[in-house]
Ligand binder design. Structure first.
Ligand SMILES: Nc1ncnc2c1ncn2[C@@H]1O[C@H](COP(=O)(O)OP(=O)(O)OP(=O)(O)O)[C@@H](O)[C@H]1O
Ligand SMILES: [Mg+2]
Length: 224
C-alpha cells in the first residue's frame, strides 16, 4: 500500500499526518517506509531529532526528490507493507510522481484557511493522475481544526464544502484532526502522538482517520 499526503496549501499538516500515520501503521505491526519527497526535508529533520535523542526508529525513512521517485516507489513497494510519502506544499515533479505510484492520496484541508481554488486545483490534479492510475483513491481530512466549540461552525462548513465535492474516488474522513499542542511537542521530541504519554486525545481523533485509511486500503487490496 502506497499512501501520499499532498495538497498545494503550505502548512496544512501534511508532514504531521505523514509521520503519525506511518507511526500508527508501524505500531500496528506493518513494516513501514516513509519517503520524504519534500525538498524542505521536514520528515528527515524529525528522523534526525529522534535519532539524536537515542529513540529507536519504528519506521524506515529516506529522502527522495526528483523524477526517479516514480521508479523508487515501484521498487520499494515490494519490500514494505506500507509506504507513506510526504510531499511539499506545491505542484512539483515529486507530487506528480507520487500520485502516479500511490494507492491512496490524503488531502488535508484546514477550515480556517479553506481555499476553494487551491482545493479544487488539487482535486483536478487527483483526477489527472487517475487517468493514468485508475485505482487511485483520495481521502480528504479536516486538519488543524480549532477545538474551540465557538469555531465549530467553521469545521462544519469545511466538511459540508468537501462533502459537496465527494464523488467517485474521493471520500471525506469521519475523523477530524483538531489543533492540539501535542502534535508540535511530539515532533520536537522526535516522537509520534501514539508514543506520547499525554497524546490520548489527539490519538483518539487521529485513530478515526486512521481507521478510514485502513478500511479504504483493505478494500483496494480485496479489489485487486
Ligand atoms: N493537528 C495539529 N495541531 C497542532 N499543530 C499542528 C497540527 N498539525 C500540524 N500542526 C503544526 O502546524 C505546522 C505545519 O504543520 P506541517 O509541517 O505538518 O504542515 P505541512 O503541510 O507539512 O507544511 P509544508 O507545506 O511546509 O510542508 C507545524 O508547526 C505543525 O507542528
Ligand atoms: Mg511538510
Amino acid at each position: 500500500m502506497v499512501i501520499t499526503v499532498a495538497t498545494d496549501k503550505g502548512g496544512s499538516g501534511k508532514t504531521t499526518i505523514a509521520i503519525n500515520l506511518a507511526a500508527m501503521l508501524a505500531l500496528s505491526g506493518d513494516n513501514v517506509l516513509v519517503i520524504d519527497a519534500d525538498p524542505q526535508a521536514s520528515c528527515s529533520v524529525f528522523g534526525n531529532i529522534r535519532s539524536e535523542a537515542g529513540i529507536e526508529p519504528i519506521f524506515s525513512l529516506i529522502s527522495k526528490t526528483g523524477p526517479s521517485l516514480g521508479d523508487e516507489i515501484k521498487r520499494l513497494k515490494k519490500l514494505y507493507d506500507a509506504i507513506v510519502i510526504d510531499t511539499g506544499g506545491r505542484d512539483s515533479v515529486e507530487t506528480r510522481k507520487a500520485l502516479l505510484g500511490s494507492d491512496i492520496v490524503i488531502i488535508p484541508v484546514v477550515p480556517s484557511q479553506l481555499d476553494i481554488a487551491v482545493f479544487e486545483s488539487m482535486i483536478r490534479r487527483f483526477e489527472e493522475a487517475k487517468d493514468f492510475n485508475e485505482s487511485l483513491q483520495a481521502i480528504v481530512v479536516v486538519s488543524k481544526a480549532a477545538p474551540n466549540p465557538f469555531l465549530d461552525k467553521e469545521v462544519k462548513l469545511a466538511r459540508e464544502f468537501v462533502l459537496a465535492l465527494e464523488k467517485d474516488g474521493i471520500f471525506l474522513s469521519r475523523g477530524t484532526l483538531f489543533e492540539r499542542q501535542i502534535y508540535k511537542k511530539a515532533i520536537f521530541e522526535g516522537m509520534s502522538i501514539s508514543e506520547m504519554p499525554d497524546g490520548a486525545k489527539a490519538s483518539s481523533d487521529f485513530g478515526i482517520f486512521f481507521e478510514d485509511v485502513l478500511t479504504l486500503g483493505q478494500s483496494l487490496i480485496k479489489g485487486r
